[in-house]
Design a protein around this ligand. Structure first.
Ligand code: UDP
Length: 325
């Protein structure tokens, strides 16, 4: 099988590429390296087992000719190229909206043209500022005003979901939409704000861990390998098409407790520095206070069950980051 991964040089994309290469498939990657990096896929390109089965194109998904060619060649498409991370969105508001809306529209249009199976990675950001848990796929959505740019990401991803579902309804396109909750693992960078690689890096350097707000906001974390398994399972199951699925962990943890856990696991001498939101992001920033998924729907369809042992996942990240330092 020929698999196309947009954003394949990114954190999740590179793990997905690896899984399909291990399975014996051909993997085509398109990435503009805006947040992805060649380092993430170098070991795959150098691996003799994968020789002549990994093809990398450094290009933007808005390039029609490139996407026409690649989608024409491949059997199945994973669309992961998107503006990611709250910090990145706030720093690049225009580019983020364009990539997420126009980019996804282009992928949908071409997958529909060639009738190729498609997975579009969405985000738990789509739920907006709920405080209840767990969040289920049919929940209402609550956003802040358009003056608060954080919500532009959620709104753009929601529009992607609507467009995907419209293609399914109108054209019968086989498209599935997983909503990712916080995903962690080796190769994730803290450059765009992601909390776990930032805390691990700070702990390994002996610098204070920067907890934003009062640290009572909570998240659940999923290991990237579980996310990859879920993606592959969804694409192989026809029941996933035209549907949205939460993909995430179920163990809720406050960010302050996460900081303490990472200090304990690394044995670091670092302290914790509380930083007000307006200093960390921008004035009037609104965080999501809680973000816990119900994973019943995806569990029922494909038997998804995440490895909820956060300590083990953090230990793996620490080991990889230590090697890189
Ligand atoms: N966060 C933090 N310190 C950091 C980076 C992030 O306290 O150095 C917080 C952030 O404000 C949020 C949570 O950690 O409440 C998760 O942030 P991340 O950007 O990883 O993902 P989000 O869930 O916001 O998309």
């Amino acid at each position: 099988m020929k698999v196309l991964i947009t954003g394949g040089a990114g954190f999740i994309g590179s793990h997905l590429a690896e899984a399909y290469l291990e399975k014996g498939d051909e993997v085509y990657i398109v990435d503009d390296l805006s947040t992805g990096s060649m380092e993430n896929i170098e070991s795959l390109q150098e691996d003799k087992r994968f020789r002549n089965r990994i093809f990398v194109r450094i290009d933007n998904i808005l390039n029609h000719e490139t996407m026409l060619e690649l989608i024409g060649i491949c059997d199945t498409v994973f669309h992961l190229a998107a503006a990611v991370g709250v910090k990145y969105i706030l720093d690049h508001p225009m580019e983020s909206i364009k990539t997420n809306i126009q980019g996804t529209e282009k992928i949908l249009e071409l997958c529909n043209k060639f009738k190729k199976k498609l997975l579009i990675a969405s985000s738990s950001e789509v739920y907006g500022k709920h405080t209840h848990a767990p969040l289920i796929e049919t929940d209402n959505i609550i956003y802040g005003p358009s003056s608060k740019f954080r919500w532009s990401y959620a709104a753009s991803k929601l529009m992607d979901e609507f467009t995907a579902l419209a293609y399914y309804r109108t054209n019968g396109l086989n498209v599935t939409v997983p909503r990712l909750f916080n995903t962690i693992g080796p190769r994730q960078t803290g450059t765009y704000g992601m909390v776990v690689p930032r805390f691990v890096d700070q702990a390994l350097r002996g610098e204070p861990l920067t907890v934003y707000g009062d640290g009572t906001q909570t998240r659940t974390f999923t290991g990237v390998k579980d996310v990859v398994k879920a993606f592959m399972g969804l694409m192989e199951n026809e029941g996933s098409f035209g549907q949205v699925f939460n993909i995430g962990g179920t163990e809720e943890i406050a960010i302050l407790d996460l900081a303490q856990k990472i200090i304990a696991i690394t044995g670091s001498q670092s302290g914790i520095k509380m930083i007000p939101y307006e200093e960390a992001y921008e004035a009037d920033f609104e965080d999501m206070e809680r973000r816990v998924p119900s994973i019943e729907k995806v569990a029922q369809l494909i038997g998804f069950k995440p490895n909820d042992n956060l300590d083990d996942i953090i230990r793996e990240i620490v080991a990889v980051m230590k090697k890189g330092n």
